[in-house]
Design a protein around this ligand. Structure first.
Ligand SMILES: [Zn+2]
Ligand SMILES: [Zn+2]
Length: 190
């Protein structure tokens, strides 16, 4: 009996993401490090269900949990992109979140946009930042933790300056681990 092989990285659009970024461009950029074919899906998740009126932000971990219910059987990993600002209770905000060694991750566009800092829009910069953050969260789903090397995409970013300062690639040791973990049999959800 042959089981379905999980082989796609799904990009899940939660809300009107395509109004803000050219998602095909982003997908193309992910090809080098994540050779798996990608599928783009529109999510039925309503972010408003996860709005915290006191914080005026959206609960990242709860959205991740909700995403787990929507993981298609042929998905190796699924990464959500959402326009709204995300938080987890112990932090003022997060650029994104992922299950370490799990299936799903999410990235928020809110603080990657120049408009958030009262600066003129910059599409190229937004997409560059988004690609870094998607790679970072996908790295976590493949078991990678934060890297001390500033040039590595797995280095921690607490501010948008950190995002811009770090590189968009994995350092040698992160790359090794990523390749090793990508070969591991998958298909089991955490
Ligand atoms: Zn991280
Ligand atoms: Zn690294």
């Amino acid at each position: 009996m042959k089981k379905d092989v999980a082989k796609y990285i799904y990009i899940l659009l939660i809300g009107d993401v395509e109004k803000l970024v050219n998602i095909r461009e982003v997908e193309e950029n992910l090809r080098r490090e994540f050779g798996f074919p990608k599928k783009i899906l529109n999510s039925k998740i309503d972010p408003e269900d996860f709005y915290d009126p006191e914080r005026r932000q959206y609960h990242s971990t709860k959205i991740l949990k909700e995403m787990l219910d929507d993981v298609p059987p042929d998905a190796l990993r699924m990464i959500g992109i959402i326009p709204v600002d995300l938080f987890i209770p112990i932090l003022t905000f997060v650029f994104g979140e992922a299950q370490l060694g799990g299936t799903v991750g999410i990235v928020s566009l809110a603080r990657l946009r120049q408009e958030f800092y009262n600066l003129p829009p910059n599409q190229t910069l937004l997409e560059r930042r988004l690609i870094k953050e998607i790679k970072h969260e996908l790295g976590h789903t493949f078991g990678l933790v934060h890297c001390p090397l500033r040039e590595c995409v797995m280095s921690v970013a607490n501010t948008i300056l950190d995002v811009d300062a770090k590189g968009s690639s994995f350092c040698e040791s992160c790359k090794d681990l990523l390749l090793r973990n990508q070969k591991k049999p998958v298909g089991l959800k955490p």
